[in-house]
Write a protein that binds this ligand. Structure first.
Ligand SMILES: NC(=O)c1ccc[n+]([C@@H]2O[C@H](COP(=O)([O-])OP(=O)(O)OC[C@H]3O[C@@H](n4cnc5c(N)ncnc54)[C@H](OP(=O)(O)O)[C@@H]3O)[C@@H](O)[C@H]2O)c1
Length: 287
């Protein structure tokens, strides 16, 4: 049976692509790529196949790509040197006769050439495997991953985004679009800019969280310096803090607020709202 190889399978989006393919009855076609097969099997279940893949080790590419027809490609946030990891992986995919790549890119990538996703999109055009670019906005799920602890334990959202608005998207919606692009024809050579239905300030996010969780969550609106100092004190590397600072500065400047209607057009339903997301994940922030 032709294989759909899902990279980043244990991550936020890959997991949801797998869930959506499963809902379509396609679990038998999925191979989940991971650095640690046993851990991934524990997380994702026994109805999938697994293969070891490490973008930092080219020797893992050809075995992982054997028999693969379609590829869901995630650039792990830990990997910035894509020229020596993801780009050679794409060449290996071409050599392995992969017929379609759906890539998890980034909204605004066409105007922001310094992000690694731009280099990957260029490489995808160059190797010319029929491609689909998913270009999502900022994930709602950053609130239950990166910012979970300060919300759960401190009842606060601590990001330097000022009064800027963000067009948050739920990764479950990205997973649904990924599965659609992989499972149905008609998505080759298309780039989809995906956002939620509303652009919210973090003050509004805190209000929604307060209402749903039944306790006061405060948006602290820290300066860039205060934000950097806190993450530095937690021992995070400067380049990581720099990337986060850049993301929240973009939001503060009002550049993360753009809304598109591509997601409802593709899925035939509205995007998941932030209120729904908080309701569905409420256990995450319970003390
Ligand atoms: N967060 C946002 O708001 C946002 C918005 C737009 C776009 N994006 C983009 O989305 C991507 C991240 O997606 P995500 O949040 O789903 O990822 P994630 O949850 O951080 O997961 C990363 C995945 O990459 C795998 N991985 C890590 N190192 C690897 C390596 N050396 N070789 C192979 N696989 C490796 C990990 O799996 P194993 O450990 O099992 O191998 C994991 O499944 C990034 O490119 C980011 O820029 C993020």
């Amino acid at each position: 049976m032709p294989t759909i190889l899902v990279t980043g399978a244990t991550g936020n989006v890959g997991r949801e692509v797998i869930a959506a393919l499963r809902q379509r009855g396609r679990a038998g076609e999925i191979t989940a790529a991971t650095q640690n097969v046993e851990r991934a099997r524990g997380q994702l279940g026994n109805d999938l196949s697994y293969v070891k893949l490490d973008f930092a080790h080219a020797a893992s590419f050809t075995p992982a790509l054997a028999g693969v027809e379609k590829l869901f490609l995630v650039r792990p946030p830990q990997i910035s040197d894509v020229a020596h990891s993801i780009v050679p992986f794409l060449h290996a995919a071409k050599a392995a006769d992969v017929r379609q790549v759906v890539f998890l890119s980034l909204i605004g990538v066409d105007k922001n050439r310094i992000v690694p996703h731009a280099k990957i999109e260029d490489a995808m055009r160059e190797v010319d495997i029929p491609w689909t670019m998913l270009r999502p906005s900022f994930f709602m799920q950053n609130l239950d991953t990166t910012h979970r602890d300060e919300i759960r334990d401190g009842d606060e959202i601590f990001v330097p985004a000022g009064e800027g608005r963000t067009s948050f998207i739920d990764v479950r919606d990205i997973g649904a679009v990924g599965a659609l692009a992989l499972a149905e024809a008609g998505h080759d050579y298309k780039a989809y800019e995906l956002t939620g239905a509303e652009a919210l300030t973090y003050g509004e996010v805190a209000m929604i969280m307060s209402e749903v969780l039944g306790r006061l969550i405060v948006y602290r609106k820290p300066s860039l310096l205060a934000f950097a100092a806190r993450w530095n004190a937690r021992g995070h590397p400067l380049d990581f803090i720099g990337v986060m600072a850049g993301i929240y500065t973009t939001a503060r400047l009002g550049l993360a607020a753009r809304l598109t209607d591509e997601l409802p057009k593709l899925l035939g339903r509205p995007p998941i709202s932030l209120r729904q997301y908080v309701q569905d994940y409420r256990e995450t922030w319970k003390r």
